[in-house]
Design a protein around this ligand. Structure first.
Ligand code: 4AD
Ligand code: MG
Length: 464
């Protein structure tokens, strides 16, 4: 009989009334009187609840005592047309089992309207709230859409290592991976730590980017993308930085900077459109509860052509803006989020792709322009977020790459394998990195990046 198998709420709400069904989930609310009880049941498959109706002629008060907010229950009953507004069907309960009670005196999610800060402290339970259910379902949908976008285009998903011995961005903010005894590490004669005795025989760290290995893939398979966790040990306590975040890094042979920009713009629009077409219940909830302009903003991005502008012109706009910035801006300075957002939100009022940054504020691998001052970089700046994508055409000339590595006093030795790709069959190529949580900030309208990843990692924060 069908009623032996649990049916998800998302599925029940689509069904015609009639059959006997079995639902399982967590009680959101219970209300009623001596004659009838209504339970709103949620199982996480959708933001919507299914209403369970208990006729109190068939159930004793005692038998429903443990059916309280937060409890997990299994209910068997008939799916019937609902007279109440807001749902087409409900379940007329025949049997109920409490799988896991939740003590009403201590269950932390009794009331609605907890602060986001409080919910971060109960990361183990916050997925049971409507808000986080919506966010994590959208997160899943975006992850799926990313793979679909690239797969449909014939890109290959390349798994790049999480533990590496190189610093891809040359930024030096890495988490070290070691099995050495921290209280008594082996030392060399000069007093420095002897990493040849460490697990990998050299100093190793968690990756800050899969790009360098991604380039190896592109220079063999043509078009690849990575989608994995990345780690940065910067002490940045901002609503836009995590110590552990997920990044999508496509890398393409034979792409010049313009092809790279075209792909990035198409990619973001595809993802936003996918969310609008597949996550409307969740988006509507977030729109109503947090951000009344969310859906409107998403639609506008899908339908707007992004501005493309050289850094030099962007800086001129900022300098002539008459705006007082916390960090003053001039040619050569790295742009802060306040500058990026001014360009996007106040000046152009749409996403901006900023190109050709000064080489001194960008990574060693970017293709050098003929002016000797700038590199073929591209950052995509978004409303509310600032930088959402960073990318570039890559330096394919062996000579120029090596001289840049030397100029920056980086170590040619640890990058020997990367350098060799410029020696053997080098090709023009480009790529970019999309911060997955930055994308989710935009798509969900959440204000803090710690609220779009299930278990955020940030300075002084590794609970759950
Ligand atoms: O600009 P980034 O550092 O570029 C790279 O890592 C390149 N290797 C990408 C490439 O060309 N393949 O980082 C790329 C993106 C940023 O635009 C931002 O969206 C995100 O990653 N990001 C972070 N997201 C959350 N927390 C952090 N600490 C982040 N740092 C970068
Ligand atoms: Mg960047």
């Amino acid at each position: 009989m069908e009623s032996h198998k649990r049916v998800k709420v998302s599925e029940l709400l689509k069904r015609e009334p009639g059959a006997e069904v079995l639902a399982k989930g967590w009680v959101r609310t219970k209300r009623g009187n001596k004659n009838i009880s209504f339970v709103a049941l949620n199982d996480g498959s959708t933001v919507k609840n299914i209403q369970i109706v208990f006729d109190m002629n068939s159930f004793s008060e005692e038998s429903l005592k443990e059916v309280s907010t937060g409890a997990c229950i299994a209910v068997k009953g008939e799916l019937t047309a609902s007279l109440g507004s807001g749902q087409s069907v409900e379940i007329q309960a025949k049997e109920v089992t409490v799988l896991g009670p939740a003590d009403p005196d201590s269950y932390p999610l009794q009331k609605k309207g907890h602060s986001m800060e409080f919910l971060r402290e109960i990361g183990h339970l916050r997925p049971r709230t409507n808000t986080f259910g919506c966010v994590f379902r959208i997160r899943h949908a975006m992850s799926f859409a990313i793979h679909k976008f690239f797969n449909d285009k014939g890109f290959f998903n390349l798994h790049t290592p999480i533990i590496t011995a190189s610093d891809a961005e040359g930024a030096g903010a890495m988490f070290q991976v070691t099995t050495l005894d921290m209280t008594n590490p082996p030392k060399k004669e000069d007093g420095t730590i002897d990493y040849s005795q460490d697990f990998f025989g050299k100093s190793a760290n968690l990756t800050v980017s899969g790009q360098l290995e991604g380039e190896l893939g592109a220079l063999a398979m043509g078009e690849i993308y990575t989608f994995g966790p990345t780690f940065r040990a910067e002490n940045s306590n901002t609503p836009r930085h995590l110590s552990e975040f997920w990044m999508i890094e496509p890398e393409m042979a034979f792409y010049e900077i313009k092809d790279n920009m075209d792909l990035a713009e198409e990619f973001i629009k595809y993802l936003v459109k996918y969310a609008l077409e597949n996550c409307m219940d969740d988006l509507q909830f977030l729109n109503d509860m947090f951000d009344k302009e969310l859906i409107e903003r998403l639609r506008s991005v899908v339908n707007t052509e992004f501005v493309r502008l050289p850094y030099t012109q962007g800086v001129e706009i900022l300098m002539n803006s008459g705006q007082k910035f916390e960090y003053p801006v001039s040619w050569g300075t790295d742009l802060q989020s306040e500058h990026e957002r001014y360009l996007v939100e106040k000046h152009f009022m749409k996403p901006v792709i900023l190109t050709d940054y000064p080489k001194d504020i960008k990574a060693f691998y970017m293709k050098q322009n003929d002016d000797g001052k700038t590199v073929r970089a591209m950052d995509i700046l978004f409303p509310k977020i600032g930088e959402i994508i960073g990318g570039s055409q890559r330096e394919e000339s062996l000579e120029k790459l090596e001289s840049r590595i030397d100029e920056l006093k980086m170590d040619r030795e640890t990058l020997w394998w990367y350098i060799e790709t410029r020696k053997y069959g080098s090709a023009p190529h480009s790529g970019f990195g999309l911060g997955f949580e930055r994308l989710l900030l935009f798509v969900t309208g959440m204000a803090n990046i710690r609220d779009v990843i299930p278990f955020p990692r940030a300075p002084k924060n590794a609970e759950f």
